[in-house]
Design a protein around this ligand. Structure first.
Ligand SMILES: CC(C)(COP(=O)(O)OP(=O)(O)OC[C@H]1O[C@@H](n2cnc3c(N)ncnc32)[C@H](O)[C@@H]1OP(=O)(O)O)[C@@H](O)C(=O)NCCC(=O)NCCS
Length: 322
């Protein structure tokens, strides 16, 4: 039997509410702390291809959580996938409150025209998983998450970095950071490379394109540093990128994106770039880093395993036709 829907209300949120959202997410999942400055930055940005709305969930006048819906503009994704999400502070977090806030966001995104609903849970979040299954969601696919102990693996990683540097030299591949790269077209090249590689990430939901402006916004984000943004070059071409995000206030350093050009795959470029990001993190005194990837992405799974990453709780994507 489902409990009666609680008396929740949904107030439109602004970037000023982003630190509260980061606090809620961090309180619910202390093992994955979230950064308030990073949240505020991203909550302040537009998107060329996505529609979205965010809310503060209140009970009485008290804020008890956050909720959101989003969907790609339908012209770039005719299949019409829409996302409904929410998080509720630990003291109020129950099947009932999660269910009510999810239902409220589903109704809004369906009213926007969504035909298939999409939601996520984590392997260490049985409450949300049970709620989604009870709402009729069906598991679609999983993403693995990984953590790498930079202290225990230091010597092995630095030896791998040395070997990778030698291989790249002999292959004519230059590894450098964006801060050391003078090419005014670098962002455009990274965008084109990433759009190409983005199509090769295993997915059920068709990938939504990204505008070059979204890469400009990404490079300006508080967790991204141009002198920690690693690229691989063959002549004028940028053939690979790997980037760790460094949350400025709280959170664990983690890979944002690793990609190589189709024309250079299998030559060790991704491993070499990841090694540079890790050697730099070690030099900066970082003790561990995280990464995540689709559970069907064989090459990056292989790289992560052989670099010494250990699996931690992953995420689960669910779908539900409207
Ligand atoms: C994942 C990706 C970055 C790998 O780039 P790459 O330059 O080919 O990587 P490398 O050459 O450094 O290493 C690939 C490794 O995976 C192995 N590999 C390749 N295909 C594999 C497969 N199907 N199964 C298992 N291992 C595989 C290679 O043998 C190599 O292993 P080795 O280093 O032990 O020899 C690239 O395929 C890509 O850009 N994919 C799309 C974007 C993406 O998925 N990014 C990942 C994070 S979301």
């Amino acid at each position: 039997m489902r409990a009666a829907a609680p008396d929740l209300e949904y107030q439109p949120a602004t970037p000023d509410d982003a630190p509260f959202a980061a606090d809620v997410d961090s309180a619910v999942h202390p093992q994955r702390p979230r950064d308030p400055v990073v949240y505020r930055y991203w909550w302040s940005q537009p998107d060329e291809y996505m529609e979205f709305a965010r809310f503060v969930v209140t009970r009485g006048r008290r804020p008890i959580g956050v909720a959101d819906w989003s969907h790609p503009r339908w012209q770039v994704q005719p299949e019409r996938y829409g996302t409904a999400g929410c998080e509720i502070v630990p003291a109020e977090r129950s099947r009932t409150t999660l269910d009510a806030a999810t239902a409220a966001m589903e109704a809004r995104v369906v009213a926007e025209g969504a035909r298939i609903l999409r939601a996520w849970s984590n392997e260490d979040d049985p409450l949300r998983t049970e709620m989604l299954l009870a709402r009729g969601y069906v598991e679609d696919r999983r993403s693995k998450r990984w953590e790498l102990d930079l202290i225990a693996n230091r010597d092995r990683l630095l030896a791998m970095t040395d070997a990778s540097r030698g291989r790249m030299r002999s292959e004519g591949v230059r590894l450098l950071t964006l801060a050391d790269d003078g090419d005014p077209a670098a962002v455009e090249k990274i965008w084109r490379l990433s759009e190409e590689a983005g199509d090769d990430v295993p997915t059920t939901v068709p990938r939504v394109p990204e505008a070059m402006e979204s890469y400009v916004r990404w490079l300006a984000a508080p967790e991204i540093h141009k002198d920690r943004f690693w690229i691989a070059r063959i002549g004028d071409d940028i053939v690979g990128v790997s980037v760790l995000a460094y949350p400025p206030v709280r959170g664990i350093v983690g890979t944002e994106w690793t990609a190589t050009a189709r024309s250079t795959r299998g030559r060790g470029v991704a491993r070499a770039l990841k090694c540079e990001t890790l050697a730099q993190a070690i030099a900066l005194g970082v003790d561990r880093v995280r990464t995540g990837n689709d559970a069907a992405n064989a090459p990056i799974l292989h790289i992560n395993e052989t670099m010494g990453y250990r699996q931690i709780a992953g995420s689960i994507q669910y779908l539900k036709p409207v």
